[in-house]
Design a protein around this ligand. Structure first.
Ligand code: IPM
Ligand code: MG
Length: 353
């Protein structure tokens, strides 16, 4: 297969972890006789530094002209600590999602058996957890307008907006995915308080008869936050709005033992984008210590997305072998184990394919 892959390494540890995923993809290409053609483009703080824009038109053009996008991370402390900054790296990510039509973010959470003991939660609670969080990605409070400050600067406001069309398309996707799994869908909302949640709940109720084989339940987000760490094995597919999905998936990552293990796929229109769910971890940038597994697993999702199932599986198995052999970065080291570098982990995974 010939595949055009846009590479958007971004900020912080982004270039290092994307570099390891490319190493693994190249190994897959060699072993299975595929041709992967890469085109790199800037996004985030590095794009602001270079062009003044966190998502330049030239980067958008590279994404549009590609089959898939592999993205690292964005964010820089110099913006986090400056609430008055008019241009922010995160705006680049949001504009990229919106302009590529990526309305759904799929965040699978599964516990590698060999890592069950790494979770801060009890092993018997996390073992066997395997669920998929479907996060709406281009609506809600992230994009609702008006958003801003009053003239005197003492009042700030955000607006949460969802249209029927936005809710229906994400719910259809989630119902369909539940159908391919254990056929259980949890719609997470705050319908006891907010209007958009009541719209979600109403529409999910209307759609349920079209998917008679899927069992639907509704759960308030505060309760979901508790159940995700109390009884993670009870979930199959969770679908929720943008902000709730952002928060719940960071929380869910503790089940897997490290935020550095969770990949994601953003889908919707023509081009799909694959990215680790963690951020740019600026403290680790350039030190060759960051965990590349989430990005490597995102590359596995990328392969599966384009129909290369066996190749995706081979990548997952190689990751598993690295973990079992103890070839992991410092965030996953068990007592007495040695912390390996980012490049050592990438080398091992690539060689294990
Ligand atoms: C994520 C991140 C982003 C988000 C930030 C960097 C804007 O936290 O992908 O989960 O909130 O969507
Ligand atoms: Mg987040």
């Amino acid at each position: 297969m010939e595949l055009k892959i846009a590479l958007l390494p971004g900020d912080g540890i982004g270039p290092e972890i994307v570099g390891e995923a490319v190493k693994v993809l190249n190994r897959v290409a060699a072993k299975y006789s595929h041709t992967f053609e890469y085109r790199e483009a800037p996004v985030g703080a590095c794009a602001i530094d270079a062009t003044g824009d966190p998502y330049p038109a030239s980067t958008h053009a590279v994404c549009e002209a590609s089959d898939v996008v592999l993205f690292g991370a964005i964010g820089d402390p110099k913006y986090d600590n400056d609430p008055s900054a008019k241009v922010r790296p995160e705006q680049g990510l949001l504009r990229m999602r919106k302009s590529l039509g990526l309305y759904a973010n799929l965040r699978p959470l599964a516990v590698f058996d060999s890592l069950a003991g790494r979770s801060p939660l009890k092993t018997e609670i996390v073992r066997g957890a395997d669920f998929l969080c479907v996060r709406e990605l281009t609506g809600g409070m992230y994009f609702g307008r008006p958003q801003g400050r009053s003239e005197d600067g003492n009042t700030a406001y955000d607006t949460c907006v969802y249209t029927r069309e936005e809710v229906e398309r994400i719910l259809h996707l989630a119902f369909g995915l539940a159908r391919k799994r254990r056929k259980q869908l949890t719609v997470v909302d705050k319908a006891n308080v907010i209007a958009t949640s009541r719209l979600w709940r109403q529409i999910a109720g209307e759609m349920a008869p079209q998917y008679p084989d899927v069992q639907v339940e509704f759960m308030f987000v505060d309760n979901a936050a508790m159940q995700i760490i109390q009884r993670p094995t009870r979930f199959d597919v969770i679908v929720t709005e943008n902000l709730f999905g952002d928060i719940l998936t960071d929380e869910a990552s503790v089940i897997s033992g490290s935020l550095g293990m969770l990949p994601s796929a953003s889908v919707g229109a023509k081009v799909a984008l694959f990215e680790p769910i963690h951020g740019s971890y600026p403290q680790a940038a350039g030190k060759n210590i960051a965990n590349p597994m989430a990005t490597i697993l995102s590359a596995a999702m990328l392969l599966e997305h384009v129909g290369l199932e066996a190749e995706g599986r081979a990548v997952r198995e190689a990751v598993n072998r690295a973990i079992e052999a103890g070839v992991v970065t410092e965030d996953l080291v068990c007592d007495g184990g040695k912390a390996h570098s980012t490049t050592e982990v990438g080398d091992y995974v690539a060689a294990a394919i």
